[in-house]
Design a binder for this molecule. Structure first.
Ligand SMILES: Cc1cc2nc3c(=O)[nH]c(=O)nc-3n(C[C@H](O)[C@H](O)[C@H](O)COP(=O)(O)O)c2cc1C
Ligand SMILES: C=C(O[C@@H]1CC(C(=O)O)=C[C@@H](OP(=O)(O)O)[C@H]1O)C(=O)O
Length: 381
């Protein structure tokens, strides 16, 4: 299974193609649209989110609510396109010279992209933009729907914004609060303090990043493999997560704390109960050992850097004159941590679904489901 996306941030639309899906997977446009809407929310978002109302158009590969096994093509329109049509035209344009962006923003692909592709900055920033993540959410959601049908749950939470940490819990009521909240924090006191910090950042022309956590529940042991570097599930998840704009680190289970503790405080004892099979006494590994899911909940954390476009910009160098000037200011979010969480949940869904489709016969969803249930029975030993 593979996917490709295309589309500029201010172009006509985003497009995506998924190839290698089983037939017979249930697909609901409403569920995709709900995820797309969630990705647009959060109090740190800028003016663009007031323009867009993301919805997916399913163009091929689905009939009567079920995948056919053929490539699935998707599109999401950019409502902002009508304001950018001239600037973004593909036709030869005499005015293009005057519309060049020549002052690259630190923290973006702007400078290196312009040097590498021998072009001005707009040609780089249009594709480097996180606008592209709307399509990755739509694509991931198509797979997430089938994972839900198999009983796999993916959930996430923002654990900190700009150094303000949320109080975390694991009970059902807490998770319900997290999943229903736009901010996904589940701690009203931390939400209030994060809101104040956001306001302060906005007033000062600053930006904020944060910490996020994603969990995958009810996965059987044995997805991914220890036998080759590029089949390891933790490596594949890390690649997908680090490919999300502004995500700068990822860790599993107790993460970097593992480097500071004795082995007995890091590893999880193995237990067995008849009729239920093997399990662990704790889950410090975060559900993956030797590049394979071990049957416990997968728990991973990620860090998002502060948004690089600053309304009080840093210095940069003009590409032509080489003068030191202020970096260009594109309309921007001040904080997009809640939005990034929705993106992370969906890139995780993709990687998990890919590993599921590799392990089980997957030309049709019914074959997959039968093999999945049989394997889960086998694991009860
Ligand atoms: C959901 C989301 C929204 C973002 N919004 C903005 C934004 O409005 N302005 C901005 O400068 N960067 C924004 N970013 C981050 C940049 O796209 C990203 O930092 C940049 O492309 C450079 O890539 P890198 O940080 O991964 O190295 C956003 C990222 C995400 C995930
Ligand atoms: C468009 C989205 O995010 C954009 C990501 C982004 C960036 O530089 O990454 C810059 C901003 O774009 P604009 O200048 O058009 O406001 C964000 O709004 C989106 O998430 O759908």
């Amino acid at each position: 299974m593979r996917f490709l996306t295309a589309g500029e941030s201010h172009g006509q639309k985003l497009v995506g193609i998924i190839e290698g899906l089983p037939s017979g997977m249930k697909v609901s446009k409403e569920i995709v649209d709900h995820a797309l809407k969630k990705r647009q929310q959060g109090p740190g978002r800028g003016g663009r989110m007031a323009i867009e109302q993301d919805q997916v158009n399913i163009i091929s590969g689905v009939r009567g609510g079920l995948t056919t096994g053929a490539p699935l093509a998707l599109e999401i329109l950019n409502r902002d396109w009508e304001n950018w049509e001239r600037i973004m035209t593909w036709e030869a344009d005499a005015d293009l010279e005057s519309r060049k962006v020549m002052t690259p923003r630190p923290g973006h692909a702007d400078l290196t992209g312009a040097l590498k592709y021998r072009t001005e900055v707009r040609n780089i920033l249009e594709r480097a933009s996180a606008r592209e993540t709307a399509m990755r959410v739509a694509i991931g959601n198509i797979l997430r729907q089938s994972l839900t049908d198999l009983g796999v749950e993916i959930r996430g939470r923002v654990t900190a914004v700009g150094g303000v940490h949320a109080k975390l819990a694991e009970d059902h009521e807490y998770w319900q609060r997290v999943q229903q909240s736009e901010w996904s924090v589940g701690d009203p006191d931390a939400e209030r303090r994060m809101g104040e910090l956001l306001q302060e950042s906005r007033e000062q022309g600053e930006s904020l990043g944060g910490l996020l956590e994603v969990q995958v529940l009810h996965l059987p042991a044995g997805l991914g493999s220890h036998v080759q570097w590029d089949r390891k599930l933790d490596g594949r998840l890390a690649q997908a997560i680090l490919s999300v704009q502004a995500i700068k680190g990822v860790s599993f289970g107790i993460g970097f704390d593992a480097g500071e503790k004795m082995g007995s405080l890091v590893h999880d004892s193995i237990e067995y109960s008849p009729g239920q099979g093997f399990c662990r006494s704790s889950n410090r590994a975060g559900g993956i050992e030797g590049g394979m899911s071990n049957g416990e909940t997968i728990v991973l954390q990620a860090v998002m850097k502060p948004i690089p476009t600053l309304y009080k910009p840093l210095n940069t160098v003009h590409l032509e004159t080489k003068e030191i000037v202020k970096a260009s200011v594109e309309r921007s979010d001040v904080c997009a941590v809640p939005a990034a969480l929705v993106v992370l949940e969906h890139v995780v869904a993709w990687v998990i679904a890919e590993a599921v489709l590799e392990k089980f016969p997957a030309d049709s969803f019914s074959e997959l489901e039968t093999a999945w249930q049989a394997y889960k029975e086998y694991l009860k030993l």
